[in-house]
Structures are given as structure tokens and as C-alpha cells.
Ligand binder design. Structure first.
Ligand SMILES: [Zn+2]
Length: 429
């Protein structure tokens, strides 16, 4: 009995202890080739969703994946899917991937790093003949930058209205999906059920400066923040800027100035990583010699907890009451339908990523994601985790995006070996 246990422990150690390394030169090769589809005169990338560049890049990726005997197809939602399943396993897949579409004049890292690392995971699995019980599924999501379209389709969160949205390419989602080889008439069939996917993982550049500034190799995302937006209308009274005495004014712009500072102070008054922003403002009538009677501005709050967002919002409302009294103006708040609920990452997967990082002696830290990602939607249907890799100076959505290949290689090592461990465990929701 004791001997059996001993052998079992040894076997488990061997199973858990062996790490496979990915190939940095293959990562560089994928990067340099993918970059060509959409590179512009600023050294940025114009590979917006549904563009010819998007289509050509997908053809390149498909070829690479067919070379390692993956079954490649485009689903009805325009997601490029590669199934790697040499054992013909009938288990649910372990899925991973990201996007290759960019914002206009974007960079070569936001999205592509997640796809390149996913391809390299399959290449290493193939060339090193790593054995998996679950099929591996690589996903290149359609139109991430224009509203995480492909992952929302998988999570069943799109409707006919979403299909008619015109994207930066000039094509609607409906037209774009068909251009990629999808089928907009059958798109709703792509919805996957909770439990259809064993686990989902995504590598992405951090798009912040936490990892780079502290020289940390691996960011382990605890959750993706939820965000809420409001239109805020401030009503005062328009009057002559020359003849109205200072003590008789109902100046909406003064109220706005106080409001903007108050939002900043209120958000800062709570412990935690919540953020709040007033990003847009306009005054009416908006001329130099009239006291503004109306100011419209925006309020945005983000946090990992919906309750925290509500708590901060209520405090802002309370403080707004004081500004109304002081400035003799009135405020109204109307929510904008651009809200995303916070998505928590799976703790079991977080722990595995941490263990794997430690086993490679790669430094890591857990952190929230302040930006939205495809993983946010995948978290609705599967145990999900995200790995961040450092962004130089925290820059993204710019030709200046940069992450060095050593860092991408480290993140890909962690992804591959996390998948190897996840393959061996039960993950009931
Ligand atoms: Zn992205």
C-alpha cells in the first residue's frame, strides 16, 4: 500500500515537474510574417477587422496550422478555429487564443502576441509530440477592437442589431463576417453552452506599465474590470458674461469644474484599484461672452466589483448634491448602454499559472485588467484565465507598442505548461 502511494507520488512529480520550452525563433518568424499584413508607413499596423489585410493574415495563419496537421476552419461568426487533436479525443477542448485585428494605425502586439503564442503552443505540442487527453482549440476571434464581436458570438451575447453595426473597415459586422468566410445567417448557432469548453486561456500585452516598470515577467489576471458610463447634464442659467455680477451667476461650467475634481477625489478616497474618469465635456452655448447654461459631460467608473462601482457612484451622487447647492445648478445622470460586467478569472487556473511561472523561475504578480478582452466573454462559458506580458512604457493602440521576444517566449512557456497541467485535472464549474 505504502509502495503504491510512493510510486504514485513519484509519477505525479514527474507528470507535474516536467516543463517543455517553446521556440523563440519560431515566435520571431511568426511575428515578422504576421506584421507584414497591414504594416504602414509609420511602422504601425492598419489591419482593421474585416479588411483585406485581416483576410490575408488569416490565410497565412491557416497555412501554418495546417502544416502541423491541425483542422482549420472559419466558424459562422468569422472566428478562425484550429483543432489539434491527434488522439481523436472526444473530451471538451482546452481553448486559447486572441485577436489579430488592430485599431487604425495600431501596433503589432495588441492581439497578435496572443495568437502567435497560441500557434507556438501547437507547434511545440506537435514537434515535441506532447500527449494531451483533451483536444486543443486555437481561436482567432473576429473583430475584437470593434466590440469583442467573435467572443461575444460564442458567449451568445450578440443580436441582429450587433450585426448591422458599421465597423471602421466600412463593412457592417454582417458583411465583415461573410468576408472572413463566416455565415451571418447562421451566426447565432455558434453560441456555446457553459461546460462546452474545458478551460480558456489568453495571452495579451498588459497595456499598462505595472509589469514593465517593475521588470516582472508574467502578469496573472485576477479579473477583468467592469465598466459603467453615464451622460451627466448640468443645468445652470445662460446670461451675459459682461453684465451679470459674479454673485448672481448659475454657471454650469463652474459646477462642471468642481464635479470633475470631486470625481477624482472621491475615486481616490477608496482603497483599491478602481478608476474613474470624466473624458468628455461640452458647454452651451459655448462662446466666450456667455455664461454657460448647460454643460454635458461623461462619467466612467471601472472596478473588479460591481458593488464597489455602485458604492463609489452613490458617493459621487451625494457629493454632487453639495455642488448643486453651492453653484445653484442641477445635475442629471443617465446611464449609457456600454456597460460591461466584471469577469473574475478562475482561481484554480490562476494558481496553476502561478505554479508554472515559479517552476520556470519567472517573476509574476497578480493584477486586474483595466481593459476589456475576449477572455471577458469566454469567462461566461468556461473556466478562464489570462496571462499578461509587459508593454514597454505601458503603450498600446499605437505604432510604439513593444514587448521583447524574451518576454513573449516566457509567457508562451507558461501558457503551454499551464495547458499541460490543466489537461490533467477535472474542472467542474
Ligand atoms: Zn487586444
Amino acid at each position: 500500500m505504502k509502495k503504491t502511494l510512493f510510486v504514485f507520488v513519484i509519477t505525479l512529480n514527474v507528470l507535474l515537474g516536467q516543463n517543455f520550452e517553446v521556440d523563440k525563433s519560431r515566435i520571431i518568424d511568426l511575428f515578422e510574417n504576421l506584421k507584414k499584413f497591414g504594416v504602414n508607413e509609420n511602422e504601425g499596423n492598419d489591419r482593421v477587422a474585416y479588411s483585406d489585410f485581416d483576410i490575408q493574415a488569416r490565410q497565412y495563419i491557416s497555412k501554418k496550422l495546417e502544416q502541423i496537421n491541425a483542422e482549420v476552419y472559419t466558424d459562422f461568426a468569422g472566428n478562425l478555429i484550429a483543432i489539434y487533436n491527434p488522439n481523436n479525443s472526444s473530451l471538451n477542448p482546452i481553448s486559447f487564443g486572441s485577436h489579430i485585428d488592430a485599431v487604425p494605425n495600431g501596433g503589432h502586439y495588441d492581439g497578435p502576441v496572443g495568437v502567435i503564442s497560441a500557434i507556438e503552443v501547437l507547434q511545440t505540442a506537435h514537434y515535441k509530440k506532447i500527449n494531451f487527453s483533451h483536444p486543443l482549440e486555437l481561436i482567432v476571434f473576429s473583430n475584437e477592437e470593434g466590440g469583442v464581436f467573435g467572443s461575444r458570438a460564442l458567449a451568445g451575447k450578440i443580436n441582429n442589431e450587433t450585426l448591422e453595426v458599421v465597423t471602421v473597415s466600412g463593412y457592417t459586422n454582417r458583411e465583415g463576417v461573410n468576408r472572413l468566410g463566416g455565415n451571418s445567417n447562421r451566426i447565432f448557432e455558434e453560441k456555446r453552452k457553459l461546460g462546452d469548453i474545458h478551460a480558456f486561456l489568453e495571452i495579451h500585452i498588459e497595456q499598462g506599465n505595472n509589469l514593465y516598470s517593475k521588470n516582472i515577467d508574467i502578469g496573472i489576471v485576477e479579473g477583468i474590470v467592469g465598466l459603467k458610463w453615464w451622460n451627466v447634464k448640468i443645468e445652470g442659467y445662460s446670461n451675459h458674461a459682461g453684465t451679470t455680477p459674479m454673485n448672481q451667476r448659475k454657471d454650469a461650467m463652474i459646477a462642471a469644474a468642481k464635479f470633475i475634481l470631486m470625481v477624482n477625489e472621491t475615486v481616490n478616497s477608496f482603497d483599491g484599484t478602481q478608476v474613474g474618469t470624466v473624458g468628455r465635456i461640452s458647454a452651451e452655448p459655448g462662446v466666450p461672452n456667455v455664461i454657460p447654461g448647460i454643460v454635458n459631460l461623461s462619467l466612467e467608473l471601472r472596478d473588479l466589483s460591481s458593488e464597489k462601482i455602485s458604492m463609489i457612484y452613490n458617493k459621487i451622487l451625494e457629493n454632487t448634491g453639495l455642488i448643486e447647492k453651492e453653484t445653484k445648478t442641477s445635475f442629471s445622470f443617465s446611464p449609457i448602454d456600454a456597460t460591461g460586467d466584471p469577469a473574475l478569472m478562475d482561481e484554480r487556473l490562476i494558481n496553476i499559472i502561478k505554479e508554472v511561472s515559479n517552476s520556470f523561475k519567472y517573476s509574476s504578480r497578480t493584477m486586474p485588467s483595466g481593459a476589456g478582452h475576449d477572455a471577458q466573454n469566454m469567462a461566461l462559458i468556461a473556466p478562464t484565465a489570462m496571462i499578461f506580458t509587459p508593454s514597454k512604457d505601458g503603450v498600446s493602440h499605437s505604432p510604439k507598442e513593444f514587448t521583447n521576444f524574451d518576454m513573449i517566449k516566457k509567457a508562451t512557456d507558461v501558457l503551454l505548461n499551464a495547458i499541460i497541467r490543466i489537461d490533467k485535472i477535472e474542472l467542474k464549474n
